[in-house]
Design a protein around this ligand. Sequence first.
Ligand code: SF4
Length: 136
Amino acid sequence: MPTQGTQPTNRGGILAWANTPWGNFVAEWDENGNLLREECKPQKKGEVAKHYRETWLEAARRAAHGVVHGAVGLSKAALGVDATEKGVRDRRWEVCRSCDKATRNKHGEPNRCGECGCVLAAKIRIARESCPLHKW
Ligand code: SF4
């Protein structure tokens, strides 16, 4: 199971972290929601790593900003990069596999979405992502 959480800092900001199957992420914001530091270590390389890092930071920033400004409902899902369950992920993958918009790798498996440019292996794992053609 991913471990994730937040805690207030002694400077009045918020610290968020998530240890997930696709990487370890830590970030700290000040009381105004400004990013003070980040240590993002995605498991993958290149574009997939960039996508994971940017997605987690954005999801965590939104959640942390809400905490800083008093929102009660911190989204644990968002801090865990808003992870999809395996069943959902598998269904998304099957849709993308049969989609003519998906680019393919040399094995014929989906690589990127031709509509939004996302790396599909990452996109299907993030719950707040959606198919630009509303297929999932
Ligand atoms: S995200 Fe949607 S449009 Fe993109 S490849 Fe998958 S099914 Fe096709």
